[in-house]
Design a protein around this ligand. Structure first.
Ligand code: CP3
Length: 355
């Protein structure tokens, strides 16, 4: 870990003293960058980008080359590589988001679901991690990631994104046994997937629970958080206790205390929950990551500067804050606006790290 040239993010995850607040941005490699769109055209499609280690490396490196003030790289891939490896047939239709050819929509298909051969089926992801690590040359840490068991299950059952979640909710309330079967298989698969990403060189791992917030408050721990907890404790048992772990439930601001008791090192926050409130609720037990509203990046550098300072002021003094957006950067962001954000965070945050 100490071999990293810029270890600000890792130090923050261990609550060690840093000179400023580290910053990275969810979806930092993506369509808002013209160089990404160029590589995507060359690759043919988004999935071809993910499955070719040279393309995946190229797009992972693009934001780092453009923005000197980024403190981390994130593996370029997708959370849906797992259901794809399980044989559900992932595809993307232009402008419509992800879809599956074989969603889990009846009992016999669900009963047949099994843990895939992760090493073999997802070898392209671990190859990308190794290749990105080489390209990074220890400049900044590499974040590996996975979807949470619940969030993966929503896509697997609904068969696509952008739904009202009625199919999976019906299953939750009428056949909890079937949902639990899916969640257990996802949990074991995610554990293996993250362990292999760490073996391939990931310095930090993050679990994206993008749809945990769609569960009723009383069901969130039962169907989402508890399974993330199992992944964290299994990774620790496997010997990965020193690899920092971040969980991010979008819309999960109602269960911060429970999240901070999950064994995670850090919690991601969307923009609906204030950092100062989250800090109070978690008693400084975990690091907090977030939480600027991504749509602020559609405004002007002046507005962005004021908004970024407000986020930093909201967290206040001390180690334990990683600056990020509250969700992924939108494809309509003017690239120069991200410069304004990163510069403000780097310069303004130092006052919160002095003795
Ligand atoms: O952060 C990064 O830079 C790493 C790359 C990354 C992608 N997807 C690339 C991507 C990460 C971490 C993800 C995770 C992911 N994928 C999540 C969890 C995070 C979140 O946003 O809540 C989810 C829910 C998915 C599923 C997914 N993949 C959706 C819903 C879509 C379509 C979204 C859209 O904007 O159209 C994708 C495709 C996708 N994943 C793109 C990128 C850059 C856009 C692909 C393209 O058209 O080029």
């Amino acid at each position: 870990m100490s071999s990293l040239i810029n270890d600000t993010l890792v130090k923050t995850l261990f609550k060690q003293k840093t000179a400023y607040t580290p910053c990275w941005v969810m979806r930092q490699a993506g369509r808002y960058l013209p160089e990404y769109r160029e590589t995507r055209k060359k690759a043919g499609s988004f999935l071809d980008l993910c499955k070719n280690k040279d393309f995946a490396t190229e797009v992972t490196m693009q934001p780092l080359e453009r923005y000197p003030n980024l403190d981390a790289a994130i593996l370029f891939s997708d959370i849906l590589t797992i259901p794809d490896a399980m044989g559900l047939g992932l595809y993307f239709e232009d402008g419509e988001g992800p879809k599956f050819k074989h969603p889990l929509q009846d009992e016999s298909t669900i009963q047949k679901l099994d843990i895939p051969n992760v090493e073999e089926k997802l070898d392209y992801v671990f190859g990308a991690v190794r290749s990105i690590k080489k390209a990074l040359n220890n400049q900044v840490p590499l974040i590996g990631f996975s979807g949470s068991p619940w969030t993966l299950a929503t896509y697997m059952v609904e068969g696509q994104g952008g739904t009202d979640f009625l199919k999976i909710k019906k299953l939750v309330y009428s056949r909890p046994d079937l949902i639990n079967h899916i969640l257990k298989i996802n949990t074991e698969t995610v554990t293996k997937y993250l362990a292999s990403q760490i073996d391939a060189g990931a310095d930090v791992i993050m679990i994206f629970d993008s749809w945990g917030g769609t569960l009723a408050h009383s069901e969130y721990e039962i169907y989402s958080l508890n399974f993330m907890k199992v992944i964290i404790s299994n990774l620790n048992l496997l010997g990965y206790q020193d690899v920092p772990k971040i969980i991010f439930t979008k819309g999960g601001g109602h269960s911060l205390q429970a999240q901070s008791d999950s064994g995670t090192d850090a919690i991601g926050l969307d923009w609906q929950t204030s950092l100062s409130y989250a800090r109070k609720m978690t008693n400084d037990k975990v690091v907090l990551q977030g939480n600027l509203d991504p749509s602020i990046l559609l405004s002007t550098p002046k507005v962005i500067e004021t908004a970024a300072k407000k986020v930093l002021d909201d967290y206040g003094k001390g180690e334990g804050h990683i600056f990020n957006l509250g969700h992924g950067i939108t494809q309509f962001t003017p690239p120069e606006n991200l410069d304004a954000l990163l510069e403000t965070v780097r310069n303004y945050s130092s006052k919160y790290h002095q003795d």
